[in-house]
Every structure is written in structure tokens, then in C-alpha cells.
Design a protein around this ligand. Structure first.
Ligand code: ASP
Length: 592
């Protein structure tokens, strides 16, 4: 070994020992006329070395230092540094690599440097404590997940990166085939089809830390390629999958934060929408949606009388925080999200209602200040106040629309008003189960779109409505949510080939097309497929949240910025004509 110790481990207990450290010069400072202080750094920390001024070793030079561990003199001890009680003296320095001055300081000051510069010089950025901490944390998370899976008798199986195009929903990356010009592989959106075939193959419990690739626009929580803990199990029901998947997530949380989450509540998708207005509720804060449709059953207020669903949220003490401008802003946001409008009511004691008409005459002595207060009867006022448990100074926001819009708009406003940053504790995990089988309609085909993907098992209680009322059919599909971020999704799968064809038919894929495109997947189910189900969660997202990072790029060694162009390697780049010819490809001139 080139070293006897790491740079962060020497303490007063080592005083008198001769040691050798290896690492990078972190900083050099002049010390009197003949000496210099040189901090040597590796991933464990720093050690101060006293060296002769003639030593030629500058920032980021790679060196070894052999010296004697010596107590620092009184007054120069640095309590903030684990090695702050000692320094190395009588040092012999060997320069292993010289270094040009780095483009940014290799410390926390680089956090303020333009991210593109950090990514261009990612190998330097990685030397920093933050990146070291994040990647090491991620490695621990991976290890915890692997052992959680192995302990539950899952076996790790790798699946192909080159595969056929599949109907999983995302845009795929295609790879041209040299041997069969004009033909393409797709890179896996996920190992979904292979893992189901592993179940047909009798593997029983599979997992993989799998790379998935989707050609979707990039943003803070999305990369073209990302890592998933992917699992599949045979002879199971929903609860079995949730319990097995949970162990890995909770073990990972425990190694990362030192605290094991005690419970992961389960709620249905319908309840999530009703209470939080979203399928990924952040349950760290209240401000739940309150049902008001009944309150307005007899209303004379036009905007409310014809609405299918009326709900409200209450902002405690919000009346004084939200002036006219802010409320107009919220109204505009609600409209941009598809609502016809947003009704706001400030809860006041009537004398305070200047200029606006209060809907008074209510036993509580409270009334509303609002442009629409005059349309709200005394009974309705009393009823809103008690249903929403509102008191003086509160702000109430109401949306009246069809059910989905009402829920989603209020869910979004709830998040905007009340949601803490995602990485801010506490960590609250939540299972959302019984997702709809289909969500919305594909504009191009007029067909229902799969809520998750085309292989989810419809809820058996809803099977008879599959063709007659497909949009009301629930699926045995579930998501895991952490602090309002979707961590992962899964489902019990269809294992009956006839049922799979019924679902394909609803999606507009007839038998002939199904055989042509997915025969490789459908045929195996004729040979005896066990009931099975699985789940997958994003390791980038999980690690980012557990590391307290808002951007998943901070826990990925070599991520792509949102342009998709990697400033370090310059990819994607052009290839030479010979390569294109071999693949039978010709590049068209850019579209006008
Ligand atoms: N393949 C799915 C996905 O990547 C997960 C699953 O259904 O197991 O989202």
C-alpha cells in the first residue's frame, strides 16, 4: 500500500507515529519564511502537514506525505476538524501527479458555480465532500436494498438492454441493428416484460437494480437513464408485494438517516384524490380537501348550483397573509389548471368587513369577506364554517367543477401553499392502492390510456365493467409515495392470456397486432403462467430525498443536464459516414 493511514483519521492517539498519507493538495499556505502548511485530502478528510517552503506541490497535485504525527501548539488546535489536534512534521513529499489550477475551488464554494461548469469538470466536482457523501450514501442504500431482497429469498437476475419495442408508455431509445439494417432494438423502459417472463420461467422471486431508459424531457427529478429497484414475485396478492417491497425501502431509509420509519399507511387512490387532490399526497401537512357539495345542495349561487363536485381547503390564519394580488394570482393559477374559477372567503367578524358585504346573521358571529359573500346564505355560511372547522382569520378556497378538476386544482393549491421542500423532514411514506386501470383518453386514438401500463390486472370486482364502463374499472395497481414524490409503481399482472387480449383490445391493439408485436410476450402465457405481481422504485429519487438533495443530478455521478447534452463528453455527437452506412442509415438535413 502507498499509504499507512487515510487523511481524515489521525488524532492525538497517533502522536509520535511515522505515517504516510496519499491524496490531493487541498490548500497551501505560507508559514513564516521557510515553511508552508499543506493540507492533504482524500475522501475521508484533511491533514495539515508542515513542509519546507521549497517543496513544489500546489492545489490538486497528487502526493504522498511521510511524516511524524505531532501535537499542534496551543492556540492552533482546530476543534472543527477531526484531525485538528495534530499535524505532520518532518515531512517528505513525493509528487505523483502535477495539476493545473482547477476551474473552481474543490470545496463548498463550488455549490455556487454554474452547474454546467460543474458537469463539464465532473471528475473534479466529485472530489468534493458533498459529492463524496452523496455517492457513498447511495452505495450504502444500494447495499441495504440488495441485502433486504436477498434476505427475503429474491434472486438477482440481469435482463437484456437490447430488446423489442414495448407498449409501456414512454418514448423509447432505439438502437439500429447492423446485421439487419432497417431494424431496431429498443433500450428498456424497464425490465417489465422480462421480469414477467422470469415468473413464467419459475424463478419465483426476482429483483434487479436495473437501468431504465426513457426518451422524455429532462427535469430536476428526471434523467434519460435512471436506476430502479425492480422486483417481481409469483403466487402473491397485493399485500404480499407491498410488504416485500417495503422492507428494502425502510432498510435503505434506516442506513441513510439512522431512523427506521415505523409505518407506511395505505390509502386508496380514490381516498388520496378526495383528501389530497393528488395521487401522490404529501402527508407531512394537513390542509386536506373538505367535501362541500352537500352544503350547497340548495344553493342559489349559479357558479355552484350546476357543479358536480364542490370542495374547499382552509389556510389557517391565511386571511391576513393573502391580499388581493395574491388571491388574484391563486385564481389565475386555478384557471390555468383548468378550473372555471376559484372562490375565496376570508373568515371575519362582520364589523371588520369594510366595503365588502358580509354574509352575517350566523350564530357563531362570524361571516365571510369575499366578492361572492352576498351569494352565500346564512345557512350555507354556518355550514361551511362548521364543516371546515374555520375560525376568524382563516382563508377558505373553494373550487366547484367536475370531480377530477375540483380535486386536482385544490390538490395543487394545497401543495403550493403548504408543502415544505421535499427533502425537509420528517420522512412520510405512503402506499396508494387501487389506481384506476385507465386514466384519460389518448387524443390521437380516442382510446383509454393505461393508468400504469398495459399488464396491470383489473380489480376482479370490476371485471364485468371492463368493456361497458372501462374508465370506472380499478386496477390492482399501487404507488409508493415519499413526501409527495412518487417513488415507484407496481401491480398484480394479468396472467390469463385472454384477459390480456381484452385489455389490449380496449387500447386499440387487436389480436393480429398483439401477436405481431408482442407474440413473444403473449405466447409464453399459454404454457402455464403463475399469478404474479411486482413493483419498481427509483433509486435516484429515493437517494436524493434521503441525502437531502432536491435535484437527482446531485446523487448521480455523471448525469445529463436538461438539454440532454453532456458538457463533459459532448455527447450526443455525430458519427462518421462509414458507421452510418454499416447501419443502413442516412441523416436527413435538419427540418426547415
Ligand atoms: N415496470 C414498471 C415501471 O417501471 C414497474 C412495475 O410495474 O413493476 O414503472
Amino acid at each position: 500500500m502507498m499509504r499507512t493511514h487515510h487523511c481524515g483519521e489521525l488524532t492525538a492517539e497517533n502522536i509520535g507515529q511515522q505515517v504516510t498519507l496519499a491524496g490531493w493538495v487541498n490548500r497551501r499556505r505560507q508559514h513564516g519564511e521557510h515553511l508552508a502548511f499543506l493540507d492533504i485530502r482524500d475522501y475521508t478528510g484533511l491533514t495539515q502537514c508542515v513542509v519546507d517552503n521549497t517543496v513544489d506541490a500546489r492545489s490538486e497535485y497528487v502526493i504522498t506525505v511521510t511524516g511524524t504525527v505531532t501535537a499542534r501548539v496551543e492556540g492552533t488546535v482546530n476543534r472543527d476538524l477531526p484531525t485538528g489536534e495534530i499535524e505532520l512534521q518532518d515531512c517528505i513529499i513525493e509528487v505523483l501527479s502535477e495539476a493545473e489550477p482547477p476551474p473552481f475551488p474543490i470545496d463548498e464554494r463550488a455549490d455556487k458555480v454554474d452547474e454546467m461548469v460543474r458537469l463539464k469538470y465532473r471528475y473534479l466536482d466529485l472530489r468534493r465532500e458533498r459529492m463524496q457523501r452523496n455517492l457513498r450514501l447511495r452505495s450504502k442504500i444500494n447495499a441495504a436494498i440488495r441485502s433486504a431482497m436477498a434476505n427475503q429469498d429474491f434472486i438477482e437476475v440481469e435482463t437484456p438492454m437490447l430488446m423489442p419495442s414495448t407498449p409501456e408508455g414512454a418514448r423509447e431509445f432505439l438502437v439500429p441493428s447492423r446485421q439487419r439494417p432497417g431494424n431496431f432494438y429498443a433500450l428498456p423502459q424497464s425490465p417489465q416484460l422480462y421480469k414477467q417472463l422470469l415468473m413464467v420461467g419459475g424463478l419465483d422471486r426476482y429483483y434487479q437494480i436495473a437501468r431504465c431508459l426513457r426518451d422524455e424531457d429532462l427535469r430536476a427529478d428526471r434523467q434519460y437513464e435512471f436506476m430502479q429497484l425492480d422486483l417481481e414475485m409469483s403466487f402473491v396478492e397485493v399485500d404480499d408485494v407491498l410488504s416485500a417491497a417495503e422492507v428494502g425501502v425502510l432498510d435503505a431509509a434506516e442506513v441513510a438517516t439512522g431512523v427506521r420509519p415505523t409505518e407506511v399507511p395505505r390509502i386508496t387512490w380514490h381516498e388520496a384524490m378526495e383528501r389530497f387532490g393528488t395521487d401522490k399526497p404529501d402527508i407531512r401537512f394537513g390542509m386536506e380537501l373538505v367535501e362541500l357539495t352537500e352544503v350547497f345542495a340548495q344553493t342559489g349561487f349559479k357558479a355552484f348550483s350546476s357543479a358536480g363536485s364542490i370542495k374547499g381547503i382552509k389556510v389557517d390564519g391565511g386571511a391576513s397573509q393573502y391580499g388581493r394580488n395574491k388571491l388574484d394570482g391563486l385564481t389565475d393559477e386555478a384557471k390555468a389548471m383548468g378550473a372555471k374559477g376559484l372562490v375565496w372567503l376570508k373568515v371575519i367578524v362582520p364589523e371588520a368587513a369594510e366595503g365588502e358585504q358580509g354574509s352575517d346573521g350566523v350564530a357563531s358571529g362570524l361571516a365571510f369577506q369575499s366578492p361572492v359573500a352576498k351569494f352565500i346564505s346564512a345557512d350555507e355560511t354556518a355550514s361551511i364554517l362548521s364543516t371546515m372547522d374555520a375560525t376568524e382569520g382563516d382563508l377558505i378556497l373553494i373550487v366547484a367543477d367536475e370531480w377530477t378538476t375540483t380535486c386536482e386544482v385544490l390538490g395543487e393549491l394545497r401543495n403550493r401553499i403548504g408543502r415544505p421542500p421535499v427533502h425537509e423532514g420528517p420522512y412520510k411514506y405512503l402506499w396508494v392502492v387501487d389506481f384506476p386501470l385507465f386514466v384519460g383518453v389518448d387524443a390521437a386514438t380516442g382510446r383509454p390510456k393505461p393508468g400504469h401500463h398495459a399488464f396491470c390486472h383489473p380489480h376482479p370486482d370490476d371485471l364485468d365493467k371492463l368493456e361497458s364502463d372501462p374508465m370506472s374499472v380499478r386496477a390492482w395497481a399501487y404507488d409508493l409515495v415519499l413526501n409527495g414524490w412518487e417513488l415507484g409503481s407496481g401491480s398484480i399482472r394479468i396472467h390469463d392470456p385472454l384477459l390480456q387480449r381484452r385489455v389490449f383490445a380496449l387500447l386499440g391493439i387487436d389480436d393480429e397486432e398483439a401477436d405481431r408485436r408482442f407474440g413473444f410476450f403473449l405466447d409464453p402465457f399459454k404454457f402455464g403462467a403463475p399469478p404474479h405481481g411486482g413493483f419498481a422504485y427509483g433509486i435516484d429519487r429515493l437517494s436524493a430525498i434521503l441525502a437531502g438533495e432536491e435535484n437527482i443530478r446531485e446523487i448521480i455521478a455523471f448525469p445529463k443536464p436538461s438539454s440532454g447534452v453532456d458538457p463533459m463528453t459532448g455527447s450526443p455527437g455525430e458519427v462518421d459516414d462509414g458507421q452510418l452506412e454499416e447501419l443502413g442509415l442516412r441523416v436527413l438535413p435538419p427540418a426547415e
